[in-house]
Each structure stands twice: as C-alpha cells, then as structure tokens.
Design a protein around this ligand. Structure first.
Ligand SMILES: [Zn+2]
Length: 184
C-alpha cells in the first residue's frame, strides 16, 4: 500500500506552516477527523446506501427509513457472511455482516443484502400487484445477487476509470496546493 496520501507528522507541520495556523489547531482537527473517519470506512457502500434509502422512502412513503450496518465482530464458521432484517415496522433495514472477512467479500455480502432491499421496495411495497409479488418471491435470491453484482461492477468500473487529470490528484502536494489556492 502506498503512503502517498497519508497525513504524516511531517505533513501536519507543513499544513500548519502553509495555512499559517498553530500546529496544535491542525493536530486537534486531525484527531477529530480520525474519529469520524472510522465511520467513513464503516460505510463501505455509502453512495448506493444513500441512493437506496431515498428510493425506499419514496417507494414506501416512509420518510424515516434508514439502513443500519451492524458488524458481527467475530467470525462464526458456517454462519452466513451477512443477513438482513426489517425492524421497527420497516423504518429500519439492519444488515448484519461478518467484518472479519476480507473487504472484497464484505462488499459482496453487503451488496447482496442491498439487493433484497431494492427488490422489496420495487416489487413488494404497496404498489406491487400480486403477480409481480409472487414472481419476485421465486427469484429473490438470484436477483439480489445480480443486483449486488451490478453494484460492485459499477463501483470497480468507476474507480478503474478515474482519470488522473479529471478526478485524481497525482500526489499529496497537489492536494495541498489546491487547498492553499482556495485561501487566496
Ligand atoms: Zn439473500
């Protein structure tokens, strides 16, 4: 893994000097950021989660709906890598997942559960006819996996096609420069 974009002790100094602010202020903010960064990492599929939350709210007329992620914390052999349930009268969709597995596997497992959520909102919430409901019931497992496949393919496609000029910074100094220029 590359440390190109890692905020090191030395970089905290550079930031303080660049923005002419005390080192302590930078360190305090960095520590605060690290505390919320944990949650950023935990939201493994943040974009699709947000989109699906909104979709579910609209489809089911349930403005309080949210998705919750709960790691198992321990690996239990023979237990599935993930499972999900609706709670509080469909106000919450809780996805339990084995967070001891490799990141790649976690994403696959979670995307499958999100497939269940999507299919339910699309076919089984109030608007669905009995015919579509029964059709959905028979194929919900493969369709959830196929939905997950679309999600993970889409994510990989996006990251693979990040162009260095349009989206990505080549190195840490170029990020520093861009933000320094904001101050002018
Ligand atoms: Zn399933």
């Amino acid at each position: 893994m590359s440390d190109e974009f890692l905020i090191s002790e030395e970089r905290l100094d550079i930031i303080a000097q660049t923005f002419e602010i005390s080192r302590q202020s930078v360190v305090d903010l960095f520590n605060d950021f690290c505390a919320i960064e944990y949650q950023i990492k935990d939201q493994r599929l943040a974009h699709i989660s947000r989109v699906l939350e909104t979709y579910f709210k609209v489809q089911t007329g349930n403005p309080e709906f949210s998705i919750e992620y709960v790691p198992y914390e321990v690996h239990t052999p023979r237990r599935r890598g993930s499972m999900s349930i609706y709670r509080k009268w469909f106000k919450k969709f809780t996805i339990y997942y084995d967070n001891t597995r490799p990141e790649r596997e976690i994403r696959v497992n979670i995307s499958h559960e999100l497939g269940h959520l999507y299919l339910f909102a699309r076919y089984c919430s109030s608007g669905g006819s009995d015919e579509t409901k029964s059709k959905y019931a028979k194929t919900t497992e493969p369709l959830s996996s196929i939905f997950g496949l679309f999600v993970v393919s889409n994510k990989n496609h996006f990251y693979e096609n990040l162009s260095s000029t349009e989206h990505k910074h080549d190195n840490w100094e170029s990020i520093l420069n861009d933000f320094r220029n904001l101050c002018n």
